[in-house]
Design a protein around this ligand. Sequence first.
Ligand code: DGJ
Length: 736
Amino acid sequence: MKYIHLIISALLILLSFSFSFGQNIIISIETENLVTVLKTDGNNRLKIVYFGKSLSNVNEYARTEEVFNFHTGGASSNNNAYAVAGIDNNFTEPAIAVVHVDGNNSLDLLYENHTTSESSDGAILTTVTLKDPVYPFFVDLCYKAWKDKDVIEQWSVIRHTEKGDVMLNKYASANLYLNNKNYFLTSYNGDWAKEMQPVETHLRQGMHTIESRLGTREHLLTSPNFMLSLDEKATETSGVVMMGQLAWNGNFSLQFETDVFKNLHIVAGINPYQSAYQLKANTPFETPHFVYTVSFEGKGKGSRNLQDWLKKHTLLDGEGVRLTLLNNWEATYFDFDQDKLVGLFGGAKELGVDMFLLDDGWFANKYPRNNDRAGLGDWEVNKKKLADGIPFLVREAEKAGVKFGIWIEPEMVNPKSELYEKHPDWVIREEKRPEIYFRNQLVLDLSNPEVQDFVFGVVDHLFTENPTLAFIKWDCNAPVFNGHSKYLERKKLPQSHLYVEYSKGLQSVLERVRAKYPTVPIMLCSGGGGRSDYNLLKYFTEFWLSDNTDPLERVFMQWNYSYFYPAIAMCAHVTDWSKDRSLKYRIDVASMGKLGFDIRANELNERDKTFARQTVKNYDNFKDIVWHGEMYRLASPYENDMASLMYVNEGKSEAVMFNYLTNWRYLSEASLRPVKLQGLDKNSTYRLTEINLYDGTRSPIDSQKLYSGEFLMNVGFNPTVNSGRASVVIKIEAVK
Ligand code: DGJ
């Protein structure tokens, strides 16, 4: 097996998707539908000569340049494969800017060589090495192409052998160049409880940047996700659209620069803000991956490409199973003790969920964690609240028939804590200036290996003490303010390394956690949805989208997240945030993701209890389709008075459809028209049955009637959503 792999790789390298015409090298990075063609010019500079639909005759890639005119009005064209700063190309934003050891701040990068091989996980990896003709300074441009998913991961590796340190002022992951007529960019802004709010911008001449400078909790105000319609605005099922994100748990910058000729130059990477990086000789710097897909069949296909790639190749245990849960955060906040918690375990069991999750407030003694002003950092159990410790709770939960999980926020510290008193030098703070708090707390300095050990120790201790601990919720509530590291100061390293070293420090803690505890599910949470990058999702099984669990707002929010993430990764809980919507509506919305509850289950009346229990059973029945199937967005709440989505299993034999009223106006248009289904087999016959109904409720949907897949996808089906039926869940099954 091993040898076959080596032979294939060797053949790929020999045959590689490259050929040279005269002096010019041509390299094509191809997936099923997308190609980037790179070509060297007469000066041996590498140019992007085509980015678009792939061609069946690869020989024709050499000719793509003939039909474009890469105008600039200057010495060099704008379509560089990796734009440099400091030589003749001052027309476009650089992807890289450096200061050499001798103080010279110019850089030129010429093609040296390239290799193509199959990576161990089945993608095609092309690495193109560029070199400065004057300095021993190199950049490897890396392209990992996932053929069947039309997903590209693009990054760079920067290295040198100069005699001393080279200062990297900018060091992007990727540089792209597009020649379309129009670009409609959707970016996502937000704040606490308002995450993932889309804004569409028609890009005109000039620069549009999507960026974060928050250090940790980097998605709080801006998400690193983007969607770019090319030429025309894409719909769910038509149009050309590029979708992706920078996979980085730190400051990011995605620059979209449109020139006067309407060509679009994209530079994506770590945000250079306060982050000049001093690079030692022979110490390669690998940038984060810029991940994107291009769909030629609209946004729906683009989402499925990314979701599939995540499930199969990135998200931890993306093809596995998840635990449904009851969380105590909104049920108790900080106000609990041992007896109260044990009392809630039975409610979890009765509801039928797999696990009880203990949230914030269980730790610290000198400065007890009774509110968010104290205790963070002191990870010993609070003896007053929990006299018998966590092992007792784990045992009691298991006795009640549910697993036990726990909340931590190990990267942070309250100034009112023993940790802060003992180790003020572990805290990111500018000694000469007043401390700036966010939720009364500060960030620990993860550039410091001792702090990394401490953070790893928090997790390790919990698992050592509680070997059957089933789940962790890893929170992170403060961004970095007044960024200064005592550790970097002691090591005589520039303070401008802090943001990068923090992000890498966190990653190395997570590597250690996963080396020792490879499978235990861990939720990525960040004061709501402040973190959901594809880099961290390598270590996490799921993430928390937002503290906003108002079900109506969640319909919109989950809709927006669904462009970039699969349902199995998206934690959705039923809470009492908004009682304006029925329990049914709340459960139906949460059932579109990874279902959880954050309510006082024991206070539900009998009717609601029975109903909730039944919906958990139903979820257990269809969760496999939601977690592992393909998702189709059918009716947008932005364009209709309702939202409609469906998930279809691989064999197209089972599906589940979710429909929600989103506008309670007197004359809602929700039930006027049928919704066209997608993803079914047109030749199969299907039965549609409404589920998640209260006992004794009659559905207007007659499950005796059968429909062909062709009918459902072309004529459609009317789920009859109205104010009396504000949410409708339908199970769809092929009949033999
Ligand atoms: C912020 C999280 O988003 C909440 O779910 C909860 O865990 C609190 N932190 C606890 O402090």
